[in-house]
Design a protein around this ligand. Structure first.
Ligand SMILES: [Mg+2]
Length: 392
């Protein structure tokens, strides 16, 4: 069996409401659907986040194609080494989502040909369902409290709050309002995306701790592990590494520096599902739980991750997902993905176990062609402003 072609289709799927983080805003998500075609007629599905842009992902696919055409899709280690070393992609983190999509599609082919869901090829089930957080849109404290109460009613338990984009006192009020509205059993996770200095982080987190926090994600720069370790020593909430832990090499440094209690891992940022499993294994050896980070994923990438999270013991926290934002998807039987009590069931069909809905792929490919620029992570006023790091 040989790979004959890579076929890429960018799609833009609208959010129900805007996503706002410390340094930008977006109104929907662009993903690039990848189909790897083989001479046997089997097609593997992959998906790459448009990171840092759809054009860059498409360009990486163009560069990779000659390295993988003619190769047996079962030889995943060899294909990845060829891309990374001969293709000289080994040092480029930002282009990793494209490489990860190729690896994902090869695994989909392996599963389809073997007649097994990926979970069975990655160690088998340690859980039947995988838990995700509820991502709260950035609003006034009162409105975010109301949204959290609705999410709790829908069965989600972990609420993710982007902080650091405006006055820290407002962020404290948001946490207070979410606790009051969602009740004592809700888990509140904050993510300032490195926006705070260490002194600001310690002050703000200490005040928020009165209302109970589950995790504090990357409060300070991920480039200074000593600063992370210092903040970690001064707060009572477990610290989650994210910008500090994009690849396995970064995760090793976080472990050695004692910079985090929990580590984010992400196949899209670290070149594939196999590396996601390896990163989780590295952390497991160090005694640390992990959770999966998401740049924003539709059904192909979301379910590819579910197979790994279901077969890897130390995914002990709710993982990142865009269930509260996405208005639709591009796979069959999912409009949007069918979360039940904040969880996705592990697919049972061979491979990733999902099928493209060709009508919706065409619809959102059209939307991408017409409105791609409106789906970027930029706002005109924030492009003009200076992104101070730290901001507070
Ligand atoms: Mg984060």
């Amino acid at each position: 069996m040989r790979i004959t072609q890579l076929r890429a289709t960018p799609v833009a799927v609208p959010f129900n409401e805007d996503e706002v983080w410390a340094f930008g805003r977006r109104r929907g998500m662009v993903s690039i659907v990848l189909e790897i075609v083989t001479d046997d007629g089997v097609i593997g599905l992959g998906e790459a986040a448009a990171y840092p842009s759809a054009d860059i992902v498409l360009s990486v696919f163009g560069s990779i194609e000659p390295l993988v055409v003619g190769e047996d899709p079962f030889n995943i280690e060899r294909i990845m080494k060829r891309i990374n070393v001969i293709g000289t992609w080994h040092h480029v983190k930002a282009t990793s989502p494209a490489i990860a999509a190729v690896e994902m599609a090869c695994w989909d082919i392996v599963g389809k040909v073997s007649g097994q869901p990926l979970v069975n090829l990655f160690g088998g089930r340690v859980r039947d369902e995988v838990e995700f957080f509820y991502y709260l849109s950035h609003k006034s404290p009162k409105d975010m409290g109301a949204d959290a109460a609705a999410g709790f009613k829908a069965g989600f338990r972990t609420f993710y709050v982007k902080t650091g984009s405006d006055n820290p006192n407002l962020d404290i009020e948001r946490v207070e309002a979410i606790r009051a509205a969602a009740g004592p059993d809700a888990l509140i996770r904050i993510d300032p995306n490195e926006a705070w200095s260490s002194s600001a982080a310690i002050r703000i987190i200490t005040e928020m701790e009165r209302f109970g926090l589950e995790l504090v994600e990357q409060p300070v720069s991920g480039r200074n592990l000593a600063e992370m370790a210092y903040v970690r020593s001064r707060i009572n909430t477990p610290l989650l590494a994210n910008e500090a832990s994009w690849t396995r090499y970064d995760q090793l440094e976080v472990i050695k520096a004692g910079a985090a209690d929990v580590v984010s891992v992400d196949n899209q940022m670290d070149g594939g599902l196999l590396n996601l499993k390896r990163g989780a294994g590295l952390c497991e050896v160090a005694g640390l739980p992990v959770l999966k980070h998401s740049l924003g994923e539709l059904g192909i990438a979301a379910y590819a991750g579910v197979h790994i999270m279901a077969s890897t013991p130390n995914f002990l926290y709710a993982n990142q997902g865009y269930g509260s934002f996405l208005s639709d998807d591009i796979i069959k039987d999912a409009s949007p993905l069918p979360y039940r009590d904040g969880r996705l069931a592990v697919p049972t069909k061979p491979g990733i176990g999902v099928e493209l809905d060709t009508e919706r792929v065409a619809k959102y490919a059209d939307l991408y062609k017409q409105e791609a620029k409106n789906f970027a992570f930029h706002e005109s006023d924030k492009i003009a402003s200076t992104p101070l790091m730290p901001k507070f």
